[in-house]
Design a protein around this ligand. Sequence first.
Ligand code: ATP
Ligand code: NI
Length: 426
Amino acid sequence: MTEELLRINGLSTRFFTEQGQVNAVDNFDLRIDRGDVFGIVGESGSGKSVTARSIVDLIESPGEITDGEIWYNEPDLADAVREDRPEAVDGTFVDLRRISPERRRSLRGTSFSMIFQDPESSFNPSLTVGEQIAEAVEVQRRASANPRSTRARTRSEEYSLGSFVLSSFLPSKRYVTEASRERAIELLELVGIPDPVERADEHPHEYSGGMLQRAMIAQALAGEPDVLVADEPTTALDVTIQAQVLDLLDELQSETGMTILLITHNLGVIARMCDRVGVMYAGEIVERGTLEDVFDDHVHPYTEGLLGSIPDIEGEAGRLQPIDGNVPSLLDHEMGDRCHFADRCPNAMEDCLEHPPEYDAEGSNDHAVRCVLAAQEYDERRAIPDGYFDETRPAGDKHVDPEDADEGPTVDEPQRPLEEPGGESP
Ligand SMILES: Nc1ncnc2c1ncn2[C@@H]1O[C@H](COP(=O)(O)OP(=O)(O)OP(=O)(O)O)[C@@H](O)[C@H]1O
Ligand code: NI
């Protein structure tokens, strides 16, 4: 029996910038079952990281979650919240958007943990790695000693997401207890760090990139989270280490039954790790389903395009260059109310000038597609004429890409060729 763990409805996150309103995540729906590994894949700028940060409540100004519900299935939390905020509870589900900020923060690390693309941002350079993991263990200990008390758990805001990003100031006291120190060493060992006793006393800069990535996973696991949100956890690593870290996540997942939301732009990683996948484009999930639905029975031409692409490691910044045309502008005044992929779509029809709803598609029950082709055949007579969008769209159709300061350079390592190389590379 599967049990739903997360149910996200209509989530929208905007950035209010000088250029205008950026619709980074738009009316986003998602369901994840307990113990599943759910992958989100999409080109750069499609809104993957903003989605992840929205779920763990890490959106900062000028960004804001403007709409939506994040229902989280956690009976104890539901009991604790029910009296004060009945509207935030539905059975054993709690809408995280409607609980107090203190309680929301108290879930960090123990219910939700996040690993970032860039491990440096998760560690305080002036404390040892062992100390910082031990702190995360302490938070978990306090939380489980007194699960109902918000106060016991709120201290987690300082460390849990393991995050130096969150707080530039971490307590400087040494390991809080011997027990948490031992647990920290155990965790370092678990993630495959050799000589964990010695390495625990080293500072982050003494670790290699791959080792620090592992340490960050250890830190994220210290709180024994229900849900691990992993944003490009291996992108910055070389291929061999990437494979090791993925194996490790896989192992830990099957041992602990933890639920993982895995974000990547590498379809090889999705194929290897995930049970279900959502393909993201312009702030929306445009196709979702089981691996089989998406890899073998996809309907959306964007999914097709992603699958047909091979990572272009020679390309600018080493990014995946799958499909002709630009990643869409997410500026509200440039987006229009059409299918956002229509201007790059080989099968765009007049019907695509209206924003498509999500259709059920053939395959598993979870297979859904935001494309009219799920409901009708492509009809050439209704095709949108070439050049149509060049004429109708404002000039300078580039998406704003300030590159979050905490995201390092992105390198796509080809996990496996998705198609025979050669042929169509430029
Ligand atoms: N702090 C910010 N201010 C303004 N716009 C932002 C900010 N952070 C993200 N955005 C915008 O939100 C959109 C989605 O960005 P996001 O980082 O989620 O993309 P992504 O799919 O994770 O891309 P990548 O694969 O490059 O990590 C982009 O248009 C980006 O420019
Ligand atoms: Ni990202």
